[in-house]
Structure formats: structure tokens, C-alpha cells
Design a protein around this ligand. Structure first.
Ligand code: ATP
Length: 264
């Protein structure tokens, strides 16, 4: 579904990706993991054409997205449902209307068909009974599930999740984990899951990519990654504070920085 070759992306002087290769298989759930700042969100933005690479190829469903016209890119993006952590619901609309929103925006449906579709999407996330609630009446986990129903409203071919588990209690986290796998399989989707939550992500992923320093430092099935004994992989997977991975944003030597003048 996605093929990335030789991806290089810079932010000013900083190299975020350096000749990165990555493949997402159709129908799979793929977890993309890496320390904070390693570029996971940036990678999702590159995959959806919100950012342009400096070099390399990004193919989505057989299309080189750098060569797509604006209109075609927009259409492709509509088939890529996105669930960002900040993807807040519209606070003055009910749960039903939040899910109906993309349908009303993009397709012409009779009121009865629209109602059926919205109820089916809400049923898929277990919240058909919550249709008349307002967003402020929902728990955090429920709100995320409504956002998920909204993300699948237009029947995307793919779902991209950015940190879907952040701030969830263990039960709603478990519900979300199961739901992501279930939706992927029931609706024949391809799912990409960016997450720090190693255990949850590994529990539902078919494949895992670990990125660090602009490159893929490991990829494989969760079992293969679990068996990988390299120090980098173990440090990240086991959450060890010390090891070869550095968590500092690049900076001059501390002593030089403290000596230097300036206002920041
Ligand atoms: N708009 C921007 N302008 C300049 N630099 C940016 C911008 N957005 C992100 N960056 C930088 O790009 C790098 C990668 O950021 P990104 O958000 O992709 O990381 P991440 O792996 O998703 O991090 P986290 O897990 O903390 O969310 C970071 O060093 C960040 O400072």
C-alpha cells in the first residue's frame, strides 16, 4: 500500500530522514515507533503529502504522491483516514452530527441513508447508543472512538493513527487496541499506528518499524523485534533510560552554551 525509498527530509539544517526505506503491506497493521522527536508524525505528514521530501520516492496505492496534481492528492487524502491525538470533535455538535459531518461535506445522501451510515459507523465503535450526547458528556476514550467513527465515515482505504492511546486508562486503552485491529480486519483497511506504547502496539501489529537518527534501525514482526538483541532495539523496547539512543535535541556543548551570551 505504501512504498518509501531513499526518503530524505530536512528541516533547515536538521536532517530528519536520511535515505529511509519503508513498506506498508496492504491489509496490515503496521506500528511505527521511535523516541520522541525521531520524526514519526513527520513521516505521517510525508505519507499524506502534507510535507514534501527533499529526495526519495513515496508511493501510496501505486501513485507517486509527489507527481499528483493538487486535486488528485486531495482525493487520495480523502481515502486516508487520519486520527490525530489533537483531532478534537466539534464541541457544539452531537456525536451523531460529528460523524455525519464528513458525509454531509463530501457526499450527497438522502437523510435516511445518511442516518443508516452514521449509525453503522457508531455501531462499529460501540457507541450507537451515545449518538445524542454532546462531546463534553463523553469520556476521553469515548471521544476518541467517536473520532474514529468519523475517520471511517467516508470508508477510507487506510487509517493513520498518531498516538491514539495517549492519556487513556488501561481499560479504554485495551478497548482502543482491540478496536483498531477489528476495524482494520472487518473493513479491509490498512492501518498505520504511530505510538510510544510499545506493548499495546506490538500486541496488534503485523509489522513494526523502529526509527531513530533519520533511519529505520529495525523492522520485522513483533516476534522478530522482541527477539532482536541489538542494544538500540532493546533500549527502546524495554524502555531503558541508558543506552546507545540519545534523547537530547542537538545542541552545542553545555559548557560552551553556558559561557555564551545572548537572551536565550
Ligand atoms: N513545523 C516544524 N518546524 C520545524 N521543525 C519541526 C516542525 N515540526 C517538527 N519539527 C522537528 O522535527 C523533528 C521530528 O518531529 P516529529 O513531531 O515528527 O517527531 P515525533 O517522533 O512524532 O515526536 P513525538 O513522539 O515527541 O511526537 C523534531 O526534532 C521537531 O523538532
Amino acid at each position: 500500500m505504501i512504498k518509501i525509498r531513499g526518503l530524505t527530509f530536512r528541516r533547515g539544517e536538521r536532517v530528519i530522514f536520511d535515505q529511509l526505506d519503508l513498506d506498508i503491506q496492504r491489509g496490515s497493521v503496521t506500528g511505527i515507533m521511535g523516541p520522541s522527536g525521531s520524526g514519526k508524525t513527520t513521516l505521517l505528514k510525508l505519507m499524506t503529502g502534507q510535507l514534501q521530501p527533499n529526495a526519495g520516492l513515496i508511493e501510496v496505492d501505486g501513485e507517486n504522491i509527489q507527481h499528483l496534481k493538487k486535486k488528485d492528492l486531495f482525493q487520495l487524502r480523502q481515502r486516508m483516514g487520519m486520527l490525530f491525538q489533537s483531532g478534537a470533535l466539534l464541541t457544539d455538535l452531537t456525536v451523531f452530527e460529528n460523524v455525519a459531518y464528513p458525509l454531509r461535506e463530501h457526499v450527497k445522501l438522502s437523510p435516511s441513508l445518511l442516518r443508516k451510515l452514521v449509525l453503522l459507523k457508531l455501531e462499529a465503535v460501540g457507541l450507537r447508543g451515545a449518538r445524542d450526547l454532546m462531546p463534553h458528556e463523553l469520556s476521553g476514550g469515548m471521544a476518541r472512538r467517536v473520532a474514529l467513527a468519523r475517520a471511517i465515515a467516508l470508508d477510507p482505504m487506510m487509517l493513520l493513527y498518531d498516538e491514539p492511546f495517549t492519556g487513556q486508562d488501561p481499560i479504554s486503552m485495551g478497548v482502543l487496541v482491540t478496536l483498531i485491529r477489528q476495524l482494520n480486519d472487518d473493513a479491509g483497511l490498512t492501518s498505520i499506528l504511530v505510538s510510544h506504547d510499545v506493548r499495546e502496539t506490538a500486541s496488534i501489529a503485523d509489522a513494526l518499524y523502529l526509527i531513530y537518527g533519520g533511519k529505520v534501525i529495525a523492522h520485522g514482526t513483533p516476534a522478530e523485534i522482541a527477539a532482536d538483541q541489538s542494544a538500540q532495539v532493546r533500549q527502546f523496547m524495554d524502555g531503558r533510560p541508558d543506552g546507545p539512543l540519545h534523547f537530547h535535541y542537538p545542541a552545542p556543548a553545555l559548557a560552551d552554551d553556558l559561557r555564551a551570551g545572548g537572551s536565550s
